[in-house]
Design a protein around this ligand. Structure first.
Ligand code: AMP
Length: 404
């Protein structure tokens, strides 16, 4: 593979896999353009060096071929705006659209593309071959560009035609990660393979079952694992605690106990919340109390970590040199139960300011860090929810492996 920043794109047509899978409202307005803005530096760099960019992406989950609802044509105007934030005298960067990602029109428009111009291809998933990882389809796509750039970390865990299979049709020096993908991979590798100790993983969210693999993999790497959120109560009940009506997966007691036992053997400290903010119903206007997490009365449920737990967790985080955070500490969507997540976010920011490397990855913890305006106070906020999770589960991501 080549390194993006070492490659000179002058005169090259770069075929770039981006993740433009953005949410749209009924009128096709983009309601959150984070995924588009995240990849703009990669595109601009190619254009600035005198290359042209052919962008390919999926949008949504179209079932039966081309559907207006999932057309990438709805993104063209916004892409044009993003690429032309500073207007230039000659009308700025031109963005063309091909209403099929393969076929004659795509080939013709791609071949006529001049340096500094952009072509957006229609939704890859209009072909079922994309998700099937079909080789012939990947080969057709590969003909559109001379170098392949993968900047779609969010789909790196899928072995699809455009994210993995396509790479084989480019010489090794003509395939590379884009700037976004490169920084995602470097941050993830830094945490998983080069973590400075003490290394604390903060794992939260609703279900133990979603996070078992990640916890098991971290048992060989972390010094401390903090477990918060709804999933903590399965561990607490498995240990014999009374958790009232808190979230619990009774069929996961054995695995929870096994994790606690393995942690002991491997000298990893697992921290469960000593206290919880409990509520008499799952609602924003519930009555609440601070209570030991293993003595929750029937009819009450733990919806956030309590002040004592925040104190213990904060101490561990403050002493860490590497921090990985996935999943909220409570139901942070409701104001009454957001103190735990917010306090932990602030301490992660504090530790980062003192020199720790912190990576926040996974949908809801990213949403929480954004909600509390702390995204720029941590070292790295990952855009790839599912991909980042699988990476930390120790899996090989096809999108990464194909380039390397
Ligand atoms: P996940 O997607 O697994 O990271 O879970 C995130 C969701 O877990 C968020 O919507 C939180 O509201 C929810 N959550 C966190 N803590 C609790 C809890 N103690 N009880 C119920 N749900 C929770």
């Amino acid at each position: 593979m080549s390194k993006f920043s070492d490659f000179n794109f002058f005169g090259y047509k770069a075929l770039v896999r981006v993740d433009f899978n953005v949410p749209l409202d009924d009128k096709f307005n983009i309601t959150d353009d984070t995924r588009m803005t995240a990849t703009i530096p990669t595109i601009k760099r190619i254009l600035a060096e005198g290359g042209s960019a052919i962008l390919m992406s999926h949008l949504g989950r179209p079932k039966d071929g081309p559907t207006d609802k999932y057309s990438l044509k709805h993104l063209v105007n916004h892409l044009h705006e993003l690429l032309n934030i500073i207007p230039s005298q000659n009308g700025g960067t031109k963005v063309f659209f091909a209403d099929d990602c393969i076929g004659e029109q795509a080939i013709l428009t791609a071949s006529m593309l001049k340096p500094g111009e952009v072509l957006l291809l229609e939704n890859l998933r209009f072909y079922k071959e994309e998700e099937k990882g079909d080789e012939a389809f990947a080969k057709k796509l590969s003909k559109l560009g001379e170098v392949y750039v993968n900047d779609a970390f969010g789909t790196a865990h899928r072995a699809h035609a455009s994210t993995a299979v396509i790479a084989q049709f480019f010489d090794t020096d003509k395939r590379m990660f884009g700037l976004l993908m490169e920084s995602e991979v470097l941050s993830a590798e830094k945490v998983l393979h080069e973590a400075e100790k003490p290394f604390t993983a903060i794992i939260g969210g609703a279900k133990v079952s979603d996070k078992i693999l990640i916890i098991e993999n971290l048992l060989d790497r972390a010094t401390d694992i903090i477990i918060g959120g709804g999933m903590a109560y399965t561990f607490l009940k498995a240990r014999g605690g009374k958790i009232g009506n808190s979230l619990c997966e009774d069929d996961r007691f054995a695995i929870a106990l096994d994790i606690l036992e393995k942690a002991k053997q491997k000298n990893v400290s697992i921290h469960l919340p000593e206290t919880s903010i409990i509520a008499d119903k799952f609602a924003a206007d519930a009555n609440t109390k601070d209570c030991p997490s293993d003595q929750i009365p029937d009819g009450w449920m733990g919806l956030d970590i309590g002040p004592k737990a925040i104190g213990v967790f904060s101490e561990v985080i403050r002493n860490s040199k590497t921090i990985l955070w996935n999943g909220p500490m409570g139901v942070f969507e409701m104001e009454k139960f957001q103190n735990g997540t917010k306090s932990i976010a602030l301490v992660v920011a504090e530790a980062t300011a003192k020199g720790a490397f912190s990576l926040v990855g996974g949908g809801d913890s990213v949403a929480a860090v954004n909600q509390f305006n702390l995204a720029d106070k941590v070292s790295y906020v990952s855009t790839g929810g599912g991909a980042m999770l699988e990476y930390f589960e120790g899996k090989v991501l096809p999108g990464i492996a194909a380039i390397k």
